[in-house]
Design a protein around this ligand. Structure first.
Ligand code: XMP
Length: 312
């Protein structure tokens, strides 16, 4: 049986030992994994820990502000770096999912390398969990935050050593640690969001306009599933267009979104959630009624396996 209190005590001790008296950077995203990592780092290292949030323009609606508020409440100072342009340039023209993930990963770590250099830090703390490592090793997807486990030397490539206190835990165990640490409910219950964010929720090329549309649709799907018992709820923008009708009844080619709502414990397997027809209709009405260019809303009923949770 997993003992969150024992885990916390052990990790605080090992973090102190591993990092010693050096400055350390922690990369935060607002999710449960990175916030838990930051809190463990804060308890172990105090003022020597520098939290940084890379605002890559690929997050959920209002995320930078929300993260700032949470960290203020936790008493951890956080630096927000605006890097939207840089991430969009690195993804420009890329359509292959693995290429997109790798481009994202390179920019992500280069930016963090600049932060560690500026601060004189030797280590980067990050919230990698067991599922991220397993999926990358099994060759399912190159998760953006897995380096050493696939032979990338972070010291040589980016100038810092990666420290991952949660790398043996699964999501439900991380939630137990977060709860034990006294993090707010909105953090320990937060639904997962992939590191490369909305970049892997638009199939094909990433543009600010496509990201803007899927961000709005994501917010609608999340709002409409508040209180629904599920692991994740989101939407994906398809590459192909479909024939539709404009208000005057003329032919009009529009975009397609797929809504995905799934149940899972550890993200290794998942099943589609049976949500009410009423909720589906509301979602459809709001999406098509408020997000220009979308004419079709589909619901994905594929379990993992054989599908994966995300489309890319
Ligand atoms: P898949 O799509 O592999 O997703 O079934 C399993 C879980 O991992 C999340 N995910 C990611 N998280 N970096 C992350 O930090 C990534 O590159 C990434 N890809 C998928 C996904 O949202 C799900 O919870």
């Amino acid at each position: 049986m997993f003992d969150p209190r024992g885990f916390i005590e052990e990790k605080i001790g090992s973090l102190k030992e591993e990092v010693q008296d050096r400055e350390t950077v922690v990369a935060v995203s607002g999710g449960v994994d990175s916030t838990t990592t930051a809190m463990l780092g804060h308890l172990a290292l105090g003022e020597r820990l520098h939290a940084v949030f890379l605002d890559d323009g690929l997050m959920r609606e209002d995320e930078p502000r929300r993260v700032s508020v949470i960290f203020k409440h936790l008493g951890i100072e956080i630096e927000v770096r605006k890097l939207e342009q840089r991430f969009f340039s690195s993804l420009k023209g890329k359509t292959d999912p693995e290429e997109k993930r790798k481009a994202f990963r390179d920019t992500f770590y280069q930016c963090l390398g600049e932060v560690t250099k500026k601060i004189g830090a030797r280590c980067l703390l990050q919230g990698t969990i067991a599922a991220d490592v397993l999926e990358t090793r099994r060759g399912v997807k190159t998760q953006h935050n897995v380096l050493e486990q696939i032979g990338i030397d972070s010291v040589e490539e980016y100038g810092f050593k990666v420290v991952e206190p949660l790398k043996e835990l699964y999501k439900h165990e991380v939630r137990a640690v977060a709860k034990e640490l006294g993090l707010p409910r909105e953090v320990f219950e937060r639904r997962p969001f992939p590191g490369p964010g909305l970049a892997i929720r638009v199939l094909g090329e990433v543009t600010p306009e496509r990201i803007g549309r899927i961000r709005r649709v994501t917010a609608i799907v999340e709002e409409e599933t508040v209180g629904t018992d599920c692991f994740q709820s989101f939407a994906v923008l398809m590459q192909d267009k479909a024939t539709g009708l404009d208000l005057e009844g003329r032919r009009n080619y529009g975009e397609i979104v797929v809504v995905r709502i799934i149940d899972s414990v550890d993200a290794m397997t998942a099943t589609p959630t049976e949500i009410s027809w009423e909720k589906m209709k509301n979602m459809q009405r709001r999406i098509v009624g408020t997000v220009p260019s979308i004419v079709r809303v589909l619901y994905d009923i594929s379990p993992k396996p054989p599908a994966t949770i995300e489309f890319e």
